[in-house]
Design a protein around this ligand. Structure first.
Ligand code: FMN
Length: 451
């Protein structure tokens, strides 16, 4: 049996195309209808996908309000209130949410994900991001933090979270009515972390995770982002539009793991795939064309600006080429990816905005028949560019249903995707081992002299 792909469903509003909501048959949702989310989670679970993934940020998007008003993603639940509810209406599928390390506190993040992990029977994952949206800073009375500093903080943040997750031993709770001992104090350790950004004594007030630790996900692709992923991540979501960059990223990230004592298969690399499935290639092209015709041009331009991390394109002619030398303090990975796409395909700023920013945001766009899509996914999977994919349907829920109904059977026929879940935790689905608990040496306490 060959190694199989892992597939997550990245759920965004009513689809990853900004005009999806205007398409006939697509529900009108402002992000607050629980039944809508429950339906999507159940569809993904019926397809035996590994996990659903919910994007998050502590602010509305960083595009101006007027162009934002043409899209359906200005409002969204806190995923850590939504996922516990979805845990109740599902039983197998993994539940991944984003929390940023830039404005949150490690104790809260550790506690939230550990709680979700228990509520869901070991299906929780934390997508660690450093935040790309400058509006977030304004919600915390803070100045935007420099990229390098965000990552320095993120590294220490992750260390504290993982330390807190190791507070309790698996067998700490003896609950012996006879002796009157509820838990064994020897099987609980504090953290006593004192660092540059955080001081945290611990221990955590939630028992150890059913899957050892919640799954750690990372989605930053810059130099410090890759390094942090190599050290700490179990799964990486990434934006790779072409095969060669996908292979370069995959080889680079896996090669960084050895110095942290990790084997390459302890990390699953999942490029995003922006999909449109058609009965024929022409039908898929027609769906795509119809979506493009519904895009508000100013919205696309504003989305491109956000996608370029706020790099200044105000003086660049819309029908001219994308200039070199753009820079940003926000996420750098999307900026580089978008400039490369524009230059490789000779796209004007307008084409980049309408085709890419309003659609898959620089992620690999795959459209065609189920066999054409399966061929391409298999090629990159076998060719060393992916351990699986982060599925980003252009429209929801039908784009997810089409992928599951039409593409998955083709992958299953080739032995490339499961037909049943073989375990119950997210680590089981991803083929990841249960991490052992790291026991710390107790910090020697100074002996106080008695006067
Ligand atoms: C698939 C994917 C999902 C992401 N989800 C989020 C998110 O939910 N919230 C967020 O602030 N950033 C998100 N990001 C952006 C980042 O993870 C990261 O913070 C950003 O890329 C900056 O880091 P970098 O410069 O290392 O790329 C996502 C990126 C990718 C590729």
């Amino acid at each position: 049996m060959p190694e199989q792909m892992r597939i997550c469903a990245f759920i965004m509003a009513t689809g990853h195309h900004v005009a999806s909501w205007r398409t006939p048959g697509i529900p009108l949702e402002n992000g607050t209808n629980f039944a809508y989310w429950a339906n999507l989670a159940r569809i993904a679970e019926a397809g035996k996908l590994d996990a659903i993934f919910l994007y998050d940020g502590a602010a509305i998007s960083n595009i101006p309000i007027e162009p934002m008003s043409h899209g359906d993603r200005a409002t969204f639940f806190d995923p850590m209130t939504l996922l516990p509810a979805l845990a109740v209406v599902t039983s197998k599928i993994g539940l991944v949410a984003t929390s940023s390390t830039t404005y949150d506190q490690p104790f809260y993040v550790a506690r939230r994900y550990l709680s979700l992990d228990h509520l869901s029977g070991g299906r929780a994952a934390w997508n660690l991001v450093t935040g790309v949206n400058v509006r977030e800073a304004l919600n915390f009375g803070a100045a935007p933090m420099a990229h390098a500093e965000r990552y320095a903080r993120a590294r220490e943040f992750a260390e504290v979270v993982r330390g807190l997750w190791d507070s309790w031993a698996d067998d700490a709770f003896i609950m012996d009515k006879q002796s009157g001992r509820f838990f064994d104090p020897e099987k609980l350790q504090s953290l006593d972390h004192v660092g540059r950004y955080f001081t945290c004594a611990g221990p955590m007030c939630v028992p150890r995770s059913p899957q050892g630790q919640p799954v750690m996900v990372q989605a930053g692709g810059s130099e410090p982002g890759r390094e942090l992923a190599a050290e700490t991540a179990d799964m990486v979501y990434t934006v790779q539009s072409d095969f060669e960059s996908g292979r370069e990223f995959y080889a680079d990230l896996k090669s960084r793991m050895a110095k942290y004592g990790r084997a390459p298969d302890e990390l699953k690399i999942m490029p995003g795939i922006y999909t449109i499935v058609g009965g024929s290639a022409q039908e898929a092209d027609d769906i795509y064309g119809a979506l493009r015709d519904l895009v508000d041009e100013d919205t696309a331009r504003a989305m491109l600006g956000a996608c370029l991390g706020g790099a200044d394109i105000s003086s660049v002619p819309f029908d001219g080429p994308v200039p070199d030398g753009l820079s940003t303090n926000a996420g750098t990975t999307h900026l580089k990816t978008m400039v490369k796409i524009a230059q490789d395909r000779n796209l004007s700023l307008r084409e980049l905005a309408m085709d890419v920013a309003a659609g898959g945001y620089g992620h690999w766009a795959v459209r065609g028949t189920p066999v054409q899509i399966a061929d391409q996914l298999e090629e990159r999977f076998r060719g060393g560019a992916a351990d699986g994919y982060n599925l980003m349907p252009a429209t929801l829920p039908n784009g997810l249903q089409d992928f599951i109904r039409l593409v998955l059977p083709e992958l299953q026929r080739r032995g490339l995707f499961r037909t049943e879940y073989s375990g119950s935790t997210l680590r089981d689905h991803l083929g990841l081992k249960r991490p052992p608990r790291r026991v710390r040496q107790p910090t020697p306490r100074p002996v106080l002299a008695v006067a």
